[in-house]
Design a protein around this ligand. Structure first.
Ligand code: UD1
Length: 446
């Protein structure tokens, strides 16, 4: 790659990874209680859209340009994946422009080491099968938020005629007698939808993915594939129809703005009772989240174009009930941030996490900061609002949890130190600097 450039809460019943340790020598995010955050902030492209779009370039031969690309660690790992299979990559991290030349791709294997660094690598399977007729990938495995199987991917590839052999952690897939099929997903999995759709763009015949995920990031991938020349239609109810074509051409594409980075900055405004303006925020893709912030009593102003959101944080926010669900439901990726905000809301809030089986894990760390949270059942959190949170040492367990703890730290009395910084760096580029510019007292100590 060329690079240009003090506890008082209660906690009941959650299954927590007991192996999370505190070590004084690890990198830390240090957050001091901050005054109301105020000002305007710019956004970067969505990580989850960027990663899959980078892999979709395997379907093409030639030089593509992606713009608005965040230089977070997941993107850097994905660049390594592309380079290992023969792509030439130039990344201008100041301009956020990524150039990928896929003319001379010569490999169809994603090594275990890369797979373990970013789970999204499994999405190479569809494009590699389409380009080379074969793919070797590794099982991405579970992580702290859940088991994260890929059975919907594999089962449906098999339905399309792909032969799959599993040896230990390695999956070897071979395209022999390919058939286009109607594929019914048991659950609208984002990854399965993306993987199968990318493969289907290059096989003969018409493939339907029914009960498909239609997250904004999936729609951005569809936009890219169409620019490449793919024939893809979406229809109600949640059906994607793909008619295969012989060839796809390189693209120039600007990745959609990150609704999750936007969510973080909006909660930063909310939790500090501040005022934050995000002119690029994709309000149309954040409906349920914005509705819940409003229900909490925060003032939300949406630009009539659907792009741009302002928040004025309420002084006495109210408790709300949240249930995560596939888009357009409340995004699981915004659940942890929202839990942080609800720890200080008046009354009793309830969060029902339906997407992942262990994604309330950050509750324990918030409790260490003085939050009152009970987990009566593995998927349900009951949050009783407290007057204050208190800074202490906490540990981030995943990307969104790292941000939730930063947000809680902005409102907590004293100093919060957060370990597990690698999660933060996987998901965000320069978010600490953006928060600082809005008035947050935060440093990243590496
Ligand atoms: C993507 C996002 C992630 C987000 C999630 C849900 C990326 C890189 N990541 O992850 O940030 O939290 O969507 O919006 O885009 N499942 C199975 N079998 C499968 C596939 C999924 O049981 O074959 C289950 C998962 O374990 C999970 C649920 O379905 O409980 C949703 O997973 P999925 O939508 O596939 O998430 P990802 O694509 O992995």
């Amino acid at each position: 790659m060329v690079l240009k450039t003090s506890s008082s809460g209660s906690f009941v019943g959650a299954s927590i990874d007991a192996n999370l340790h505190v070590s004084p020598s690890v990198p830390l995010l240090v957050v001091h209680k901050s005054d109301s955050l105020e000002g305007e902030s710019a956004l970067l492209g969505a990580k989850n859209a960027t990663l899959v779009i980078m892999l979709s370039l395997i379907l093409t031969k030639g030089r593509s340009v992606l713009r608005n690309v965040p230089a977070n660690d997941d993107v850097i790992h994905m660049i390594k994946l592309l380079e290992r299979i023969g792509a030439t990559v130039v990344f201008d991290t100041n301009e956020h422009v990524l150039e990928v030349d896929t003319t001379n791709l010569d490999g169809h294997t994603v090594e275990l080491e890369i797979m373990k660094k970013t789970r999204a690598s499994v999405l190479a399977m569809g494009p590699l099968l389409a380009r080379f007729g074969k793919a070797n990938v590794a099982f991405p495995g579970g992580d702290v938020i859940g088991a994260r199987p890929i059975d919907y991917h594999l089962r449906n590839f098999e339905k399309m005629g792909i032969e799959i052999h599993e040896v230990g952690e390695v999956i070897s897939a071979q395209a022999n007698d390919i058939v286009s099929r109607n594929l019914l997903l048991e659950y609208p999995s984002v990854g399965a939808t993306e993987n199968l759709m990318m493969f289907a763009t290059r096989i003969s015949g018409t493939t339907k993915i029914i009960n498909a995920a239609l997250e904004p990031e999936v729609l951005d991938l569809i936009a890219v594939l169409r620019k490449m020349g793919a024939r893809i239609e979406t229809a109600v109810p949640a059906t994607i129809t793909i008619t295969g074509v012989d060839e796809l051409k390189p693209v120039d594409h600007t990745v959609i703005f990150d609704r999750l980075e936007a969510g973080a900055l909006l909660v930063a405004g909310a939790i500090t009772g501040g005022y934050v303006h995000l002119p690029q925020a994709p309000a149309h893709a954040m409906g349920m989240f914005l509705m819940k912030l409003q229900e909490m009593g925060h003032t939300i102003l949406i630009h009539p174009s659907g792009k741009g959101v302002k928040i004025k944080g309420a002084k006495n926010p109210r408790a709300v009930t949240i249930k995560t669900a596939p888009y357009p439901g409340f995004p699981t990726d915004l659940q942890a941030y929202t839990m942080a905000a609800l720890t200080l809301a008046q009354g009793t809030s309830k969060i029902h996490e339906t997407v992942y089986e262990n994604r309330l894990i950050h509750a324990r760390q918030l409790v260490a900061m003085g939050a009152q949270i009970e987990i009566p059942h593995y998927d349900t959190a009951i949050i009783r609002g407290v007057e204050e949170l208190y800074g202490t040492h906490v540990i981030a367990s995943d990307i969104r949890a790292s941000c939730a703890l930063v947000l809680a730290g902005l409102a907590a009395v004293g100093t919060t130190t957060i370990a597990g910084v690698h999660h933060w760096k996987r998901g965000y580029q320069g978010l600490e600097e953006k928060l600082r510019q809005l008035g947050a007292n935060i440093t990243l100590q590496e």
